[in-house]
Design a protein around this ligand. Structure first.
Ligand SMILES: Nc1nc2c(ncn2[C@@H]2O[C@H](COP(=O)(O)OP(=O)(O)OP(=O)(O)O)[C@@H](O)[C@H]2O)c(=O)[nH]1
Length: 877
C-alpha cells in the first residue's frame, strides 16, 4: 500500500505475530477507552475515535499484513458494544475499508510528507481521513438499517464520521512521529522531558478547573478551554514535534473528557449539536496546535537549512588550499578558513611583531600581513574594497627574522550579495614555486653559460630547421655573426646535402629522437669544414632540436692519413708474411693486424680471440711453450722469440716465428705485450729438407754416414759418462748384386728399403740404424752394460735377431720386361764391435766392425762375427 509514495521511505512495522498482537491490543484498548471516555450522552456516539488513527498508521507502516489486525480489533470492539456478530463484522469491514481507503489516498499522493513538514500534508491527511470516515459511517449506517438496532441512525452516523476524522487527525501524525522518533532513536534531552512533564501537569491542572466546585459551570469550562488553548500554543512553540503533538493530543483528550463529564450541560440539547460543538472545540485545538507546530517546524527547517548552508560554506572555505578571508565593506574580517587561522597562529607570525595577522572580526588594517610591503598590499585591497579596481594580485616575500624567506601570492576579488559588498582575499604560500622557479632560472643560466663557453658549437632549431639559438663557438667556426645565423636555416649551412636530403634527414631525426653523424658545413668565406653532429629532439610545447657541432676537419684528415698508413702497413705485412699483435693484459683484449687474421685464416669481423682462448690458435705444445715464454717475459720484462706451430681455421698447421716485447706503464707494471708473428713455414720446410739431405739416406730415409758419426760421438760421450758399453753392428747384405743384375736397380732399391725397415724393427728406438751406402748398414746399440761380456751377449742377441729377420725371402714386384712378383733371398753378414768410453776413434770402431763383417762373409755369410775372437768363441758356443 505504501510502495509508490513517500510513505515507502518510512521504517516498516515488523510482521511478527507478537507485533500484530501488540497493535491489536493497542487498538482494542484505545477503542475501549474511547467508548468509556468520549461517548456522547443520549445518542451514544463518540467525539473522538482513536482506533481510526491507529488503524491508518498500522496499514501505512505494516501494509497488508496488518489488515486482519484492524479487522479483528474493530470486530471485537463492535461485539463488545453489543452488536450481533454479523453486524459487528460488517462494521469492522467498514472500519478496515475506511483505513485502507485513507492509506490509498495518502500513498497516491507522491508529494505527501509523512513527517508533516508542510500544511499541505495535514490537508491531505484531513481529506483522506474524511473520505475514509465517510465510508466507515456509510457502512455503519447500512448495517444499522439491516439490523434495525438504532431508531435514528443518521445523527449517530455523523458522530461516527467526526469521531473517526478527529481520531485520524490527532493520532496519525502523533503515532507516525513517535514511530520515526523511536526508529531513529532521537530521544529528547532531560530538560525537554522536564519541561514536557511540567506542561502536562499544568494542562491537567487547567483541565480540572471546571470540577473544582461541586457543580460544573460553563464559565469555568470556557476559562479552562482558553487556558488549554494557550498551553497548546506554547507547547507547539516550545517543543519539538513529538512532544507538541503529545501535548495537543492530551489537551484534546482532556477537553473531550471534560465535555463528557459535563454531561449536565449537554443533557437537554440535541445530542449531535453538542457533539459537533465539542468536536469543533477539539478540532480547533488540533488545528491551532498543528498549525503553530507546522509554522515552528518550517522555521526550524529553514534555520537548519541555513545552518547547513553555512556549514557547507565553511567546508568549502576549509577545503580551499589557500588562506581565505572574507572582508565586509568596512574591511572587517567576517569569515576566515582554517588555513587562515593556522597561518595567523603560526609561531613565525606570532613571534614577529611586524607580521601579526588580524583574527576574525577585526579590521584587517589593525595588523599587517606577513611582509614588509604592507602599504602596497593595503593599497591594492583598499582599491578593490572601494570599487576602484576589479581585482588585485601581488606576489611578495616575507622576511621574518630568524626565518627563511617565504613568498606569497595574494589575490583580492570583490563580492556583492543582497546590497552588501566586500572583498575576498585568497592568500597562498608559493615559496616552493618560487624556489622551483629560482632553481629553474639558475639551471637555465648555468646551461646557457655552459653552452656559451663550450668549445663545441651549439644550435637550437625548430622542426623546420630554422636556427633559434646559436652559441659563440659556432659563430667562430662558421665565420657568421649570431644575428646572421639566427636568420638562417640548416640547408643554408650544409655543404654536401641538398635541401631535400636535409629535410629527409630531419624527418628521420624527429622519428627516432636522436642522431650522431658527420657532414660538411660551408663557412661564410666559402670554405668547407668537416663537422660531427650530435643532435637530440626536445619535445615541450613545440618540437625543437638541440644540436652540438664539433669541428672534426683535422681529425678527419688524420683519420684519412692513418687509414692510408694502415693500408700500407697491411700491404707490407702481407708481403713479408709478418702480422702484428697487441695484448692488453688488464682487459685481456687482443688486437691483430690484417695479416694476423690472414695467417690464422680467421674472419677479421669476428675479431681477435682473447689470450685466454689462444689455445684454439696454437698446438698444445706451442701453447704451453708460449705461456712459459710469456710468463718469463712478464717476470723479466724482456723481449722473447720462439717458433710456434699455429692452428689455422682451415685445419692446417704452420710454423711461425713469434716475437714479443713488453710495454710497462708509468708505475713500472707491464701494461701490454706487443709483437709480430712471421710465417716461416716454407723456410722451415726447406731447412728440414736440406737437413734430411745432409743427414739421411734419401733411399731408405735412414740416417746416413754423417748422422751416424754424430750419433756415434754422442754415444761415446754418454758411454764415457755412464761406463756402459756400446756396440756397432756393420751389416752387408749377401747375394744382393744378382738381384740388381737380373731385375735392375729399382728392384734392388725396393729390397734395400725393406731391409732397412726390417733392421729398424729389431732394435730399440734409442738405437741408431743407418745406411753407409750400397748394401751396407750400421746399427749402433747404446747403453748396453758395464760388463763387456754381458754387453757382447746383448749385441749378439740383436745381431741374431736381425739375421733371422733378413733371412726371410723378399717378395718384390718387377715391372720390366713384364710385371711380375719374384722372391729373393738375401741374408746378411754382420760384424760386431764393442766399445766403452771414447778411447777409440770412430774410424777405428767402424774398421773393427768392418773387419768382423768380413770375417762373417768369410765364414760363409749369413753369420755374426765379433772383432774379438774371444767374444765370438764365448757367444757362438
Ligand atoms: N740397387 C742398388 N744397388 C746398389 C746401390 N749401391 C750399390 N749397389 C750395388 O750393390 C752391389 C753390391 O755388390 P756386392 O756386395 O759385391 O754384391 P753381393 O752380391 O752382395 O756380394 P757379396 O757381398 O759378396 O755377398 C753392387 O752391384 C752395386 O752396384 C744402390 O743404391 N742401389
Amino acid at each position: 500500500m505504501t510502495s509508490r509514495s513517500s510513505l515507502a521511505g518510512l521504517a516498516t512495522l515488523p510482521q511478527s505475530l507478537a507485533a500484530r498482537l501488540a497493535w491489536l491490543a493497542a487498538y482494542v484498548l484505545a477503542g475501549a477507552f474511547a467508548q468509556h471516555a468520549f461517548t456522547i450522552p443520549i445518542c451514544g456516539g463518540h467525539l473522538l475515535w482513536p482506533p481510526a488513527g491507529i488503524a491508518l498508521v498500522a496499514l501505512i507502516l505494516g501494509g497488508r499484513g496488518y489488515i486482519p489486525v484492524v479487522f479483528l480489533g474493530a470486530w471485537l470492539l463492535q461485539l463488545q458494544q453489543g452488536y450481533p456478530w454479523w453486524n459487528a463484522a460488517l462494521i469492522a469491514m467498514g472500519c478496515t475499508a475506511a483505513a485502507a481507503l485513507s492509506c490509498r489516498v495518502l500513498a497516491h499522493d507522491e508529494r505527501f510528507d509523512p513527517g508533516f513538514g508542510h500544511p499541505r500534508d495535514f490537508f491531505v491527511l484531513a481529506m483522506s481521513a474524511s473520505l475514509g470516515a465517510a465510508l466507515h459511517a456509510m457502512v455503519w449506517f447500512l448495517s444499522q438499517q439491516l439490523a434495525d438496532i438504532v431508531d435514528d441512525p443518521l445523527p449517530l452516523a455523523i458522530h461516527w464520521w467526526q469521531g473517526n476524522v478527529l481520531g485520524v487527525l490527532l493520532f496519525t501524525p502523533l503515532l507516525l512521529a513517535l514511530w520515526t522518533w523511536w526508529a531513529h532513536r532521537t530521544f529528547p534531552s532531560s530538560s525537554d522531558i522536564r519541561a514536557f512533564l511540567g506542561c502536562l501537569v499544568l494542562l491537567a491542572t487547567v483541565g480540572s478547573l471546571p470540577f473544582w466546585n461541586d457543580k460544573v459551570e460553563t464559565t469555568y469550562g470556557l476559562v479552562s478551554y482558553c487556558l488549554t488553548l494557550l498551553i497548546v500554543l506554547w507547547a507547539a512553540i516550545r517543543f519539538e514535534r513529538v512532544s507538541a503533538l503529545l501535548i495537543t493530543t492530551f489537551a484534546v483528550i482532556q477537553t473531550l473528557m471534560s465535555a463528557h463529564l459535563a454531561h449536565v450541560a449537554l443533557a437537554h440539547s440535541p445530542s449531535y449539536h453538542h457533539g459537533l460543538f465539542f468536536w469543533a472545540l477539539a478540532l480547533t485545538l488540533v488545528g491551532v496546535g498543528v498549525c503553530v507546530l507546522l509554522l515552528m517546524s518550517h522555521r526550524r527547517s529553514v534555520e537548519a537549512a541555513l545552518h547547513d548552508s553555512l556549514a557547507f560554506q565553511v567546508q568549502i572555505l576549509n577545503s580551499v588550499a589557500a588562506e581565505v578571508a572574507v572582508l565586509d565593506a568596512q574591511g572587517a574580517l567576517i569569515r576566515v578558513n582554517e588555513r587562515w587561522r593556522a597561518f595567523a597562529d603560526h609561531p613565525a607570525h606570532t613571534a614577529c611583531r611586524s607580521c601579526r595577522i588580524a583574527p576574525s572580526g577585526q579590521d584587517y588594517r589593525s595588523s599587517c600581513p606577513p611582509c614588509h610591503d604592507f602599504p602596497n598590499l593595503s593599497a591594492g585591497i583598499e582599491a578593490v574594497l572601494h570599487g576602484e579596481s576589479p581585482l588585485f594580485q601581488a606576489e611578495y616575500p616575507c622576511r621574518c627574522p630568524d626565518e627563511p624567506v617565504r613568498w606569497f601570492h595574494c589575490c583580492v576579488l570583490p563580492w556583492h550579495m543582497h546590497a552588501q559588498t566586500g572583498v575576498t582575499i585568497t592568500h597562498v604560500d608559493i615559496s616552493a614555486l618560487k624556489a622551483a622557479q629560482h632553481a629553474s632560472q639558475e639551471s637555465t643560466a648555468a646551461m646557457q653559460t655552459i653552452i656559451n663557453t663550450s668549445l663545441d658549437g651549439f644550435w637550437k632549431t625548430d622542426a623546420e630547421g630554422r636556427l633559434l639559438d646559436v652559441n659563440y663557438a659556432y659563430c667562430q667556426m662558421s665565420g657568421y655573426s649570431r644575428e646572421e645565423l639566427l636568420r638562417m636555416r640548416i640547408p643554408d649551412l650544409e655543404a654536401v646535402e641538398n635541401a631535400a636530403s636535409t629535410a629527409q634527414h630531419l624527418e628521420k631525426l624527429m622519428r627516432e629522437g636522436r642522431d650522431l653523424f658527420e657532414t660538411c658545413h660551408r663557412r661564410k668565406d666559402g670554405s668547407v669544414w668537416n663537422v660531427e653532429i650530435s643532435t637530440i629532439v626536445h619535445r615541450s610545447d613545440a618540437m625543437h632540436l638541440f644540436v652540438f657541432l664539433r669541428d672534426v676537419t683535422e681529425r678527419t684528415q688524420i683519420q684519412a692519413r692513418l687509414a692510408k698508413h694502415e693500408a700500407m702497413l697491411s700491404r707490407t705485412e702481407g708481403i713479408a708474411h709478418v702480422g702484428s699483435w697487441e695484448w692488453h693484459i688488464g682487459t685481456d683484449t687482443v688486437t691483430w693486424s690484417q695479416e694476423m687474421f690472414r695467417l690464422f685464416q680467421r674472419d677479421p669481423a669476428e675479431g681477435a680471440p682473447p689470450f685466454a682462448e689462444h689455445d684454439q690458435c696454437f698446438s698444445t705444445t706451442s701453447m704451453q711453450r708460449l705461456r712459459e715464454v710469456i710468463d718469463k717475459a712478464l717476470h723479466d720484462k724482456e723481449p722473447f722469440e720462439l717458433e710456434l706451430e699455429i692452428l689455422r681455421a682451415d685445419g692446417q698447421t704452420r710454423i711461425c716465428l713469434g716475437r714479443g716485447y713488453v710495454h710497462t706503464g708509468a708505475d713500472g707494471n707491464v701494461e701490454r705485450l706487443f709483437g709480430s708473428m712471421q710465417d716461416i713455414h716454407d723456410r722451415k720446410e726447406r731447412e728440414n729438407q736440406v737437413h734430411r739431405m745432409a743427414f739421411y739416406d734419401p733411399l731408405t730415409q735412414l740416417p746416413n754416414r754423417r748422422m751416424l758419426g754424430d750419433a756415434l760421438a754422442q754415444a761415446m760421450t754418454s758411454s764415457q759418462r755412464s761406463g756402459r758399453h756400446c756396440a756397432v753392428l756393420l751389416l752387408d747384405l749377401d747375394n744382393f748384386k744378382p738381384l740388381n743384375d737380373n731385375y735392375g736397380h729399382l728392384v734392388g732399391d725396393a729390397l734395400l728399403i725393406e731391409a732397412g725397415r726390417r733392421i729398424s724393427a729389431c732394435v730399440r728406438a734409442a738405437d741408431t740404424v743407418s745406411r753407409l751406402g750400397g748394401d751396407e748398414f750400421v746399427v749402433l746399440l747404446t747403453e748396453l752394460d758395464e760388463e763387456r761380456a754381458y754387453s757382447a751377449s746383448q749385441a749378439q742377441h740383436i745381431a741374431k735377431k736381425i739375421c733371422t729377420a733378413l733371412s726371410v725371402p723378399y717378395t718384390l714386384t718387377v715391372d720390366t720386361p713384364r710385371s711380375q712378383t719374384i722372391e729373393h733371398l738375401s741374408s746378411v753378414s754382420i760384424g760386431v764391435t764393442l766399445f766403452v768410453g771414447s778411447q777409440l776413434r770412430q774410424d777405428d770402431i767402424l774398421r773393427n766392425a768392418d773387419t768382423a763383417m768380413y770375417r762373417a762373409k768369410a765364414s760363409g755369410r749369413n753369420a755374426v762375427q765379433f772383432d774379438t775372437p774371444t767374444l765370438d768363441t764365448e757367444h757362438t758356443a
